[in-house]
Design a protein around this ligand. Structure first.
Ligand code: NAD
Length: 380
């Protein structure tokens, strides 16, 4: 099959879905790869690097869409991109079918078999294809680096000839994939790291990474877990306790990284305006939930603002794209694993097996049928 990867057209998108390395691996499965000229430029892959890996380079996006049997992308396609794919072809990209209903209907109508990388089931066997986790890991790491860039002090404590420097105190709210990556990065830089999550089972993971789990003084520690390891909304009493604890911590923390999300809802507001006002000037908040409305009252998506009392609030929504080389190589690996499962004979022939839990779960449109939402996976 011909696997094609276009240049991404969205603003602030620097990633690419195919790298020279992943193309070499795909060739071993019997596929021939093609990219649009400049597709890898912003991730550090030149057209010549692709050519050396045996990839064809075409100069026109329309040509790429017309000659490819499978199009691999990062962002959901534009309606005109989807339109230029003929019936029976396959598209693999982030798609967010719940939020992109008209696009999903278009894929069904066009008969384009559509695999949404954001719908890969979060079961052990599918971890190698879990692009959401790959990107969340980068976002968590980069959030700390971004915080460091905006913080005028060391993370680690030092004893210098001039005197003692205290370590920075970092609070991470939400310890899913991004939060754990942020905790790992902050502790490795030498900060004192505190972390909170509504799911008590993450306390052990937080502590094993050298951070302190923030316990609430709550008669019955609520288990905020819902299905599949995701969080459920907190009760009003629990939320009050949580906010009271954050209010207590606000004057002493230097950096707050918020990552709290609840599936299908706006991000919960957890770092309120009065907490920002209580922080020391020069403190930094990085809000990884900015795209879903933000965990902090002051967050403005895609902006860096400074509060009246000198606290920097960062609401960028493109952290993986800010590390495009790393993000592209991991995403291209996730895609390559997906294509390996779709090519069981390693003979360049696609077998779209709808009895396979992982392929079924990620397929949102198949042979002109709507296949979203998927049934729950049989295996965990
Ligand atoms: P997410 O992005 O949906 O949410 C981030 C974190 O915010 C979660 O840990 C959640 O508990 C927390 N949160 C929600 N409301 C909060 C609040 N009010 N206060 C504090 N924290 C709050 O989560 P994610 O990173 O996508 O991970 C979700 C789950 O999926 C985790 O249990 C993770 O271990 C699991 N997972 C499993 C696999 C796998 O088995 N293949 C892969 C990835 C993730």
């Amino acid at each position: 099959m011909k696997i094609g990867s276009p240049r991404e057209t969205a603003d602030r998108e620097a990633r690419v879905a195919l790298t020279p390395d992943s193309a070499r691996q795909l060739a071993k499965l019997g596929h021939q790869c093609v990219v649009e000229s400049g597709a890898g430029e912003r991730s550090g892959y030149s057209d010549d690097a692709y050519r050396s890996a045996g990839v064809d380079v075409v100069h026109d996006a329309a040509e790429l869409f017309s000659i490819s049997d499978v199009v691999v992308k990062v962002r959901p396609p534009q309606p005109e991109e989807l339109n230029s794919l003929a019936e029976g072809k396959t598209l693999i990209s982030f798609f967010y079918p719940g939020q992109n209903r008209p696009l999903l209907e278009q894929a069904v109508e066009k008969g384009v078999n559509t695999i949404a990388m954001d719908m890969v089931p979060r079961i052990s066997r599918a971890q190698k294809m879990d692009a959401l986790s790959s990107m969340a890991n980068i976002a968590g790491y980069r959030a700390v680096i971004e915080a460091g860039n905006n913080f005028g002090r060391f993370f680690t404590g030092q004893v210098t000839a001039a005197g003692k420097v205290p370590p920075a105190k970092v609070l991470v709210i939400g310890a899913g994939v991004a939060g754990l990556a942020a905790i790992g990065t902050a502790t490795s830089l030498g900060a004192i790291t505190l972390a909170f999550d509504v799911r008590p089972e993450v306390a052990e993971q937080i502590e094993s990474m050298g951070a302190e789990f923030v316990h609430l003084d709550f008669a019955k520690q609520q288990d905020g877990s819902a299905n599949g390891g995701y969080a459920a909304p907190s009760s009003p009493e629990f939320r009050e306790k949580q906010l009271a604890k954050f209010r207590e911590l606000a004057p002493e923390v230097d950096i707050v990284i918020t990552t709290a999300l609840i599936p299908g809802r706006d991000a919960p507001k957890l770092w309120l305006a009065d907490m920002v006002a209580a922080m020391k000037p020069g403190s930094v908040i990085v809000d990884l939930a900015a795209e879903r409305g933000g965990n902090c009252d002051l967050t403005r998506p895609d902006e860096r603002i400074v509060s009246d009392n000198g606290v920097v609030v960062i609401g960028y929504t493109d952290f993986p794209s800010r590390m495009a080389a790393q993000a592209s190589s991991l995403y291209a690996m996730n895609i390559r694993h997906m294509l390996a499962d779709l090519t069981p004979g390693k003979d360049g022939q696609l077998v779209h097996d709808m009895d396979d839990d992982v392929i079924r779960g990620a397929t949102v449109a198949f042979q002109g049928d709507l296949t979203f939402p998927p049934p729950p996976p049989k295996v965990q």
